[in-house]
Design a protein around this ligand. Structure first.
Ligand code: HSE
Length: 437
């Protein structure tokens, strides 16, 4: 049988890794897919650049349009990143009847609904396992392995750079700036590191996971997004004293009222598996009503881990090339006409616990005043610590953990606490999740 011919858009880290994995495991991949998979052509930005892979038998061009229109090519692998020209190229490829594999989270998060619609009309596949959590088969797991479940929530460490920075801050006492500089030196951060540290990259990924988990269209714009750039080594230390670690999580949860989609730093119990996922590793914890809590852990980026997901998608595409398009696994797990937009709960309606840190006058009655405000606001305190103040200091740090409560109640109470004469500056609040329900 003729090999399936691939056109790569981009031959950098992931493209090079994909070529290497396809070559190294060619025989087993062909046995799995039923046909050989060969890279026919690749669009590159510069012909001069050194590559991590062999270029034997791959025709290079600097014109990506030529690849997506090439009649000799069956499947386009889009590894350019960003939204344009990736979106136009993918739509052109679909229009020319080609299947698409993409590792592009920004593209799928912001234009996935449009792209899946176009692919549906043409009867071609768009596969995007590598767009979320690199080599971890999270899309496949949610879409197929757990398709008997009602997914209740998922929580993931889905940005390796943020995880690396928080790990360095905790283990080495590095400042945020020092840890970020190290992440950049090691090549972990996105070209624009604000996407990592401000939570945008994680929000892209979370919007894709939430859509697949709950059967709704992708809705990136409504993800509540916070990054890790306000987290200090002091907060990490206090959290640790209380038995928690700070992780940057993407959380999607549904209730009768609607869906929560939020990305933010989160205290998690130190014994929880997620708390022990360190460095650049990613992990996603899923709660299904039948399966219970299920954790997937692995490399969220890098040449071959990401290539692992790209090649798995290629094998899936090749296996189903001759299948009736209506009987393939739907892009977002649910049949396209069964996707249902769901009300999104504003962040004030999210129910979570809190870490609160404040600087207060060190004199009798202060703690009682604060506790009174929290109590009157319906907020139950789980723990309080007053770290030893420096000798002679008139101000004391107070750190509190609350039980789970509606976020709006905490926001209102924090405003009242900040208005107290005895409180200096603003209150630091970081959400906390036990991940056990
Ligand atoms: N910048 C991303 C991360 C790479 O740090 O996880 C993979 O999407």
């Amino acid at each position: 049988m003729q090999p399936v011919r691939i056109g790569l858009l981009g031959l950098g880290t992931v493209g090079g890794g994909t070529v290497n994995v396809l070559a190294r495991n060619a025989e087993e991949i062909a046995r799995r897919a039923g046909r050989a998979i060969v890279v026919e052509q690749a669009a590159v930005r510069s012909m001069e650049r050194n590559r991590i892979c062999s270029l034997d038998d791959i025709a290079l061009t600097t014109d990506p349009e030529a690849v997506v229109r090439n009649p000799e090519i069956d499947v386009i692998v889009e590894l350019i990143g960003g939204t344009e020209p990736a979106r136009s190229l993918v739509l052109t490829a679909i229009d020319h009847g080609k299947h698409v594999v993409s590792a592009n989270k920004a593209l799928i998060a912001t234009h996935g609904n449009e792209i899946f619609g176009a692919a549906g009309e043409k009867g071609v596949m768009v596969a995007f396992e590598a767009a979320v959590a690199g080599g971890i088969p999270i899309i496949k797991t949610l879409r197929e392995g757990l398709s008997g479940n009602r997914i209740e929530w998922l929580a993931g460490i889905i940005n390796g750079t943020s995880n690396f920075i928080l790990t360095r801050m905790r283990e080495k006492g590095a400042s945020f700036a020092e840890a970020l500089a190290e992440a950049q030196e090691l090549g972990y951060a996105e070209a624009d590191p604000t996407f990592d540290i401000k939570g945008v990259d994680a929000a892209h990924k979370l919007s894709i996971l939430a859509a697949i988990a709950f059967g709704m269209p992708i809705d990136f714009d409504r993800v509540h997004t916070e990054g890790i750039d306000d987290i200090t080594t002091e907060d990490i230390g206090y959290a640790e004293q209380l038995g928690y670690r700070i992780k940057h999580l993407g959380i999607a949860r549904r209730s009768d009222e609607g869906v929560e989609m939020r990305v933010h730093p989160t205290l998690v119990p130190e014994r929880d598996l997620l708390a022990n996922v360190n460095d650049v590793m990613n992990a996603v914890l899923i709660k299904g009503d039948a399966v219970g809590r299920t954790l997937l852990n692995g490399a969220g980026a890098g040449a071959e881990p990401t290539a692992s997901a790209v090649v798995a998608d290629l094998v899936d595409v090749v296996r189903t090339l001759t299948t009736d398009p209506n009987h393939r696994v739907p892009h977002l797990a649910f049949q396209p006409d069964a996707l249902t937009p769901m009300p999104l709960l504003p962040i004030e309606e999210a129910r979570t616990s809190f870490y609160l840190k404040m600087l207060a006058s060190d004199r009798p009655g202060v703690l009682a005043d604060i506790a009174k405000i929290l109590g009157e606001s319906g907020i139950s305190i789980e723990a309080v610590v007053q770290p030893e103040p420096p000798k002679g200091a008139s101000l004391a740090k107070l750190v509190m953990l609350t039980h789970r409560v509606r976020e709006g109640q905490v926001r209102a109470a924090v405003a009242k606490v900040e208005a107290l004469q005895v409180i200096e500056g603003s209150v630091t609040s970081i959400r906390m999740e036990r991940l056990d329900d």
